[in-house]
Design a protein around this ligand. Sequence first.
Ligand SMILES: [Fe+2]
Ligand SMILES: [Fe+2]
Length: 500
Amino acid sequence: MIELIISFFLSTGLFVLAGKLLVSQAHKLEKIFIQDAQDQILEIKELNSNKIEGYKQSFQNTQSSIQDNMNLSQESLELLSQKLETRQKKTELVSNEIKELELQHKEILEKEKDIISSAIKVLEKKVNKSKEDLKQEIIKDMDLKTRASCQTDLTYYVERTKKFQERVSNNILKSTIQRVTAESSVDKSSRILKMPSKNSFQRILKDPSILEIICQTLGVEIEPLERDYSFRVSSFIMWNSEIAKKVLSKMALSFKFDASKLEATIEAAKKEFQRHLISVGKKALAELGLKDQSPYVCEIVGRLNYRTSYGQNILKHSFETAYLCSLIAAQLGADQKVALLGGFFHDVGKALDQEVEGSHDILGMEFLKENGFPFEIYHPAHSHHHAVEIETLEAQIVIIGDKLSASRQGARTESMEMYLQRVQGLERIAREEKLVQKSFAVSAGREIRAYLNNNQSKDSDMSKVASNMAQKIQEELVYPGKIKVNIIREFTSTSIANKK
Ligand SMILES: [Fe+2]
Ligand SMILES: [Fe+2]
């Protein structure tokens, strides 16, 4: 136990000693730390005071530079204010000068007014007219002069425009005609039907009543031509002649032909010819780009191939007009297709006017309208002989194309007999005029020149005689195109100079 207690005390003493040692050691460490901290604080203080000193120095520097700048600005401000003052003085001087000049100008104007008014007074006294009257006279004079000069200019420009238009239209027509290379539109179909043999010719002639029935049924005339065993078949309606020719051809092929077969033969020939017309019409329309037309429209178009006017085949004339119109339309910027079709159909009424009463322009318009063609296509047909007013450019073109086709060289034919009749007729009409002294038909009967008796007539008679003659020609003669009536009244004065 004692040992335990001794060891207890011993160990406790040891602990106290160790504790004391630890405490003293801790005090030492504390002192060291405190010393370090104090040293650091001193260091920082020193650093800060150095920095503050630096800042103070730079502040002083900046302050002095600002002061310097301020001094400089002050100086320049003073300079500027001096300059401004000088300028203000100058401006004042100039404005005073201007005022002075304005006053002088006013005075001059006043003087001018006085001079002008006194001059006007002097003038008024001299011419004995007031200023107002003179003003009106001057205005009137200027107005007259201006009008005269405008009139001259206007006439000049109108003439120039006319010449230009003429040149342009001539060029258009020239180039159009040159480009149309259509074959002659003169009808060359023959009225003569040659029989295959002498026997067939004689067989047909055996029963003259058969020929009579054919003539009556079809409205044709049949003349046998013994010399070359042929028949001349003619009719007012050309396609009936063609049907009659077909009947005669069928008869020629049959050895036992008699009157009982005639009716059926005529019907068969009619049907056959109708099919032929439809195929001709269909082909013509296809050439113009018109497909799927009804058989009736095709047949009517086909008939144009068997219709003539002054020897001109109307189908050929229609094609020619169509192509001419299309070319003119291209040059004028009109609708080429409308001009082409308008030109082609313009005379389509001629396929109807021999069977139906009415003029071909109206019949053509009605036919086209009834068969679904639009206004722009039937209007040229309607208006090409001026039955109605022309409403479209293409219709106007069709009139030109029609005239070009009809009047181009060789387009129409007329017999020598007809030509002579016309020339004699023209001269007779001229002779019937009392004032006409002599007359000549010129330009192949397309112009009549009549000379008036100078002693018995006056200038005013000329137009009267011309219109009288034109009226008579229109009423009494048959002719293609136009005939010009030219009246001439000459005055000739002659005197002879003899040498002394
Ligand atoms: Fe016509
Ligand atoms: Fe025509």
